[in-house]
Design a protein around this ligand. Sequence first.
Ligand SMILES: Nc1ncnc2c1ncn2[C@@H]1O[C@H](COP(=O)(O)OP(=O)(O)O)[C@@H](O)[C@H]1O
Ligand SMILES: [Mg+2]
Length: 399
Amino acid sequence: MNEQLSNALVSIQEQEAQESEKPPSTRPRPARPWRVAVIANVRGQSAPTDHQAEDAGAEFDKPETIQAIQAAIESDGHSTIFLQADASLPGELQRFYPDICFNIAEGLGGDAREAQVPALLEMMHIPYTASRVLANALGLDKTMTKRIWREAGLPTAAFQQFEQGDEPLDPVLRYPLFVKPAREGTGMGMGEHSIVHTEEELRKQVQWVLNNYRQPALVESYLPGREFTVAVLGRPDACSYSRKPEAYEPDGFVRFPVLEVDNNGTATPGVYGYLTKTLHTGEKGVPRFLCPAPIPQRLSRQLQELAIKAHKAIGALDVSRVDMRLDNAGNPRLIEINTLPGLTPNFSDLCVIANAHGWTYNELILEILILGASRFGMLQAVEPIALPKIKEYAQISRK
Ligand SMILES: Nc1ncnc2c1ncn2[C@@H]1O[C@H](COP(=O)(O)OP(=O)(O)O)[C@@H](O)[C@H]1O
Ligand SMILES: [Mg+2]
């Protein structure tokens, strides 16, 4: 080997050694298969840090959900590992060096716990699925989300945030009102007691939220009408990467059937609260889930379009689930958006909805993974299917 060539080889080896010491970068990534880290907070293994309310940590996942996600990803030939979303995560990420993370982590405390893992992954230049930092922070904060929706002209119930408890009530708010923690999920802090009819009940409930959840209380007009939840999946360029391109409409979003949650006669009548959300199918007090919702096609389309607008308004990416109710005039009002919707097979709303649309659990998980990977240059865009063909499909599916 001549000297020039051997010097060049040494230099390449040195460069490679330096490269491997670098923190993970988004490029280059292997075409496939990928090393995928499923990141979550598992019940009993992660502890919430902020408050000790009875239902603290209710959003944390069960090991079976993680296993189901891993199995779905592995069914496509990738290897997976589970990483706990706690203080061990930065070290574990350095050690495992995933090509991409499938993020469902609820996070541990602070004002934007659902944004903690995305923020860490951004800092480490590691690709991940679903929404980025800001949308996850906003989505968790129901008051901030409503401010953005209001600014965007989207319909949401009138509201006021209480931080001290003794703030004068905004005169636009009329009883009955609904009181909830501003930054939780899974019905935490919500039940029949959330509906208040008098100043005395209001003050008591606001104080209870402030004391128990150590965060502001959100007070809204009570929405007495039917309740719906709408799944959002897609992005303008989604069908260039999707395994199911025919499922996307020309704007890049899937129109899944609307799910109606019938709260009559449940464990927390009229409210899809914590107690009701933790019951299992078949148990007494479970709401009736109707998918597709028995509503006129026009209303269903209106709810689907509203959900997509709500998703885009906060900058959510790829997947979310939007909760709504009808007000006393029968008009839809946005309640909240879930940027990390639950993914427990045959149980979580998003899984039930996808299933009602003819999608398997594995198809749903892989679609979320593929959409995430495509944002980081890990997939080559396939030839987008001809627009007329999509339009044709859209018309058929709307009938
Ligand atoms: N303004 C409201 N009016 C009537 N019911 C409400 C209102 N806000 C919330 N709820 C009820 O409480 C449930 C949980 O509220 P939500 O804001 O979706 O919290 P979570 O993040 O825990 O799902 C809703 O599904 C609905 O049944
Ligand atoms: Mg909800």
